[in-house]
Each structure stands twice: as C-alpha cells, then as structure tokens.
Design a binder for this molecule. Sequence first.
Ligand code: GAL
Length: 682
Amino acid sequence: MTIPAPRSIRLDALAYGGDYNPDQWPEEVWAEDARLMVEAGVNLVTLPVFSWPLLEPEPGVWDFAGLDRVIDLLWEHGIKIDLATATATPPAWLVREHPEVLPWNADGVRLEFGSRQSYCPSSPVFREAALRLTRALAERYGEHPALALWHVSNEYGDHVARCWCPESARHFRRWLEARYGSIAGLNEAWGTSCWGQNYLSFDQIEPPRTATGPINPAEVVDFERFSSDALLELFQSEVDVLREVTPEIAVTTNFMSLFRELDYWRFADAEDLVTDDAYPDPADARAHVGAALNYGLMRSLKEGRPWLLLEQAPSAVSWRDVNVPKAPGQMRLGSLQAVAHGSDGVMFFQWRQAKFGPEKFHSAMLGHRGERSRTWRETKALGAELRRLEPVRGTRVRAEVALVADWDSWWGVTQTESMPSQRLDWLTEARAWHAAAFALGQPVDVARAAGPFGDHRVLLVPNLYAATAEQAEALDAFVAAGGQLVVGPFSGVVDHCEQVHEGGAPGPLRDLLGVEVDEWWPLPDGGQRTVELGGRVHSTRVWGEWIEPADGTEVLARFADGDLAALPALTRRAHGAGAAWYLAAGLDEQGMRAVLSAVFTAAGVAIREPDTALEIVTRTDGATDYTFVLNHGREARTAPRIPGGTDLLTGVDAGAGLPLDAFGVAVVAHPANRPANTERPA
Ligand code: GAL
C-alpha cells in the first residue's frame, strides 16, 4: 500500500455541523432544516450515511433525485457536504439475494439482517456492490461544488469487526499464505507441534471459531491482525475508486477513538484526514481525561496535523444502559476540548432528532421540541463561538510527552485464554498512565512503538507485550538521544508469532532497561500488595513481577510486602543522554503520579499540583499560541494568568487570570513560546 499525500478538506472555516438523515423526513422539512442550519452556523453536513437502499432501490437501478435535491438545497444555503459513500448498510435485496454476504459469529451463527453493517468484510459480492455504489456517487457528485470530503462507509468495525464465515475463512487462509509463504513456515511460526495441531495445507485452517478448549494463541492474534486488515482492504478498495474518479477530494473514514479492533495507524495511512467519533459519558466525571487521550491519538495518527471531530452527542446517547444528558455547558466544554486537542471543527450525530428507529432517544442539535429545545440553544451559541476561534484552524498542539500505542501488543495482551492474568488490559493501563500525566498538567501525544518520536522528551509505554527488535532499536535511540522512556510490566514478552523471546522478558528491551523478569506475579482477585516509593507506600493493581536488575541499574522503588517484599518495583538505567525506567507493577493513581513526577522532573518537563479538573492545552502556529484553559469541574475557578494574552471567546485580557465558571473555557491568544501549560492556576 502506498501512503497517499494528504489532501485537505475543501472548507475554509472550522467545520460545524452534523449527520443529516433527510430520508427520515418529508421534503417540506428540508427547507426548514437548511434555514435553521444557517441560523446555527452550520457549514458542513454528513450524508447520506445509511441511504444505500434509497439510492439503489433495485440491483443496478439508481435513484439520485432526492440526494440531488438535498445537496443542491444545502449548497444554495452555503453548506458543504461530507459525502458518505453509503456503504455501511447493504440493502435487503442484496442480503436476500446473497445471504452469504451476512457475517457469522465465532459460534458459526449467521447474524441476521435488521440492524446495520450486515456484511462480511471479506465478501466479494458485498465489495463489488459497494464499489459500484461508490463509483456511481463519485461520478455523480465529484464535480459538485458542495463536495468537501469523502466519508467512506461508517465506523468500520462498529458492529461487525470480526467475521468467522466460510468466505472469511478463505480470505484468512490467503492472508496467512501471504504472511508465511508455506505451510511449513506457518507450522513453525504458530508452534503447531504443541497439542498436535500440525497442518498439511492452508486448506485445513479455519478461523478461530469456538473450539473444544484454548485455541493456539498465534492463530488468535493472527486472526485479530487479519480481521483489521480485511476491513482495511475493504476501505482501501473504496479509497482507490474515489482517488481514481476524484483525485483532488480528501478522503476519510470516521474512527471510534481508541478502538481495539482496528489498527488505526494502518487505517490513517490510507486516508487524508483523520476524523473521530467521540462519546464521552456525561455520567463519568473523569470522561474528559479519557477523551484527552483519544484526541492525542487522533492528532498523532498524521504526525500532529489537525483532525476533525466528526461525531459527538449534543446531549444524551441512546446506546448505553443508562443514557445521561450533558449538563448545560458540558457539550460546549467537550467540543472545545476537542478543538484544543487539534480538531479543526465540531460535528455531531445528528442534526434533527429521529422520530423512529433505534436512535429516537438519541439527542440531536435540533431536538424533538425543535427551536424550543435546550440543545438547539446550545447548538446555536456554539456555532457562533466557533467563528471566533477561526485563528486556531490549522495550528498544532504542543506536547512534550507521548504514549506508545501498539495494536499487536493490545491484541496479544487481551487474549481471553491462556494468559498469566485476564485482568491486565492494555487500554485500562494506557488510560491510567495517561491520567497521571493529565493530572500533572501535560497533554499527551500518541506514538508508534517503532517511532518516529519527534521531539518528545518523555515516552510512556504502559505495555509492549509483543516487542520487536526494530521497536527496541527505536526506543534505544530515543533514550540515547536524551529521552526519558518508561516501560510498564509484561513488556517484551513475545515476538509477533506469540513465541516467547529467548531468555524471557523483556526480550529485545533487556539491555536498554537493564532488568530481567524471572516470573510474573499477577495479583489474585481481591489480593493486595504495596510498593514503597520515595518514602510513601502505594497500593498496586492487577500485576506484579519478580525482576532482577543488571549491574548499573538503579532501584528506585521496592515491593513492600508479600512474596515480592524487598524486590525491585521501579528501576532506572542511564543510557546515552537519557534513561530507561521499568515499572514492574500496576500502580494506584497516587503511585502513577509519583512515578511520572519523577520522570517529568528528570526530563525537564513541568509538573503542577495534581488536578484532574483543570486542563490546559496549547495550539500554536509558531508565532501565536492559543492556550485553551478548560474547567472540567463543577466549581468555578480562575484560569492562570497569561500576560499579553487575550481570550478569543470574550475579548478579555488574560493578564490577571480569567474567571472560569463551572465547565468554563477560555482560549487565550498570546505570543508563542510562553510555557503557558506550566503555570499554576491562580
Ligand atoms: C455512531 C454512528 C452513528 C450513530 C451514533 C450514535 O457510532 O456512527 O451513525 O449511530 O453512533 O451515537
């Protein structure tokens, strides 16, 4: 796959708008929609995401009349289109004519039509039909002046990220053949001599359906890789058609934040603009912390370029067990948080609240009460405010800290069988590490394990279970050049075929970290173990290890009790101009903050009194910094003083420290290079 040069969205403003489903409304309503969109400051609308059955009512019969009218109407109102290829939902006729298009679960059960995404990613029948539709749309609307961006499919993997049907099995075999070359190669890589699994030919391999007992881990992890690749291949095939017909138009597919099932590094390489759908839970007082990490990933997927928040809820969603609305001000705050983290706009699901279907209780910009609804008032207000933030468009976020996300390790460590503990979860650990950096005041980028690491000073690796020599070399070079690297437990365990590294963990990271792992000591459920660090005792979570440091490796913390008492829990090894730290336990919140405080101090990265309610993020164009001060708390507070700064939202001078209401935000423009995110709040 060649990496395309990113094209830009054709929109000369921060994007504002949402998903629009005109098919669900009589045409009289469209004119009102267009008028109200203008009133709200909407300049971009996503459609027709789920309209395939209307665009192609019968096989090969096209009906674009309705879509023509709606696009023209919006364009007459100056609104541009994020044009979906509408391939996320095959029509009933396709599924009934070709039931083999339907996906199967691991138990071999075919998943019925009646929801959305009713397709197997590997189905040639589905692909052919989807590409026909993509081409028809590209040919029809490629020259339309309203076309700003291609929106391929919708949230790949949302409902169906893995398929175990016979077609997927055939595709999996082809994928394995390309990866291993020969069946002998596969037998060796998979270690099939264990439990008598040797294969004579690729034909004998099935995807890992529900089996008699634990399935070969190499097969399990290869199936994760394959399944991500199968959707990527489908995505790429649509991208190829779009590039052929409309080479100038930027392409995206909407991501789902830190989503385990798809390797977003690889997906981002195939598109021009990274877009994300973000649904932080208003009922979770810490949801903004997780959101910050998601947004760190989004900007990092394309080397710090701006991305776009393509979906968020104006208030409540309809798919959690309990769907709590956003409190007044919370939607604005969450929107501006995304902009702070590099999003060049704010988009919603959806424009007009549905009257029927599974999303009728999902909030919308224009709720069931229409112009009388609270979300409408807040939608209009935000649209107006966004225009004041125009100077931030195209600027980039400053971050000195990055966190490594590696999907191979994520898949490996979250296998549901045959692991030392089922309690170690990559995402939970990544979030815990990130939360400590957040509390200490540092925005965090996300990096690939093999780099590049840009000019980050600190690299956090909560877990790198499946480490390669290439990654180890890149991490080594980062430290040698002066970086502070922190690696978490259960790293460097296996290679990419689930084979344990010779000599044990941390495998290729052994010299750099200067430790050897003798045994893993996961915490039993309900068990307790503590670590003493800098005179304070911290409780541990989930994990512990018996490690032995090499000569020259400093021991900074030790287990304080239990079978591991007095053994090292945190080590540091100097290397070149930097240092490599190893943490042999899951730590509680205070403990993680203590570790990162020490690391940040060693790196010359500023820290503040821990605070999870105040977030300060700076975007810059090199000459002017735009410092977003976000109060995620329900108490009013004062923003730090930023001399020479002016709040773009209010025009108020920020020199004396701005008052921030509960959920308040200030966006302070000031001359670049002031370390604004290091100042203490007044
Ligand atoms: C997304 C999806 C949208 C809508 C939304 C509701 O996952 O892309 O189509 O269903 O969720 O929150």
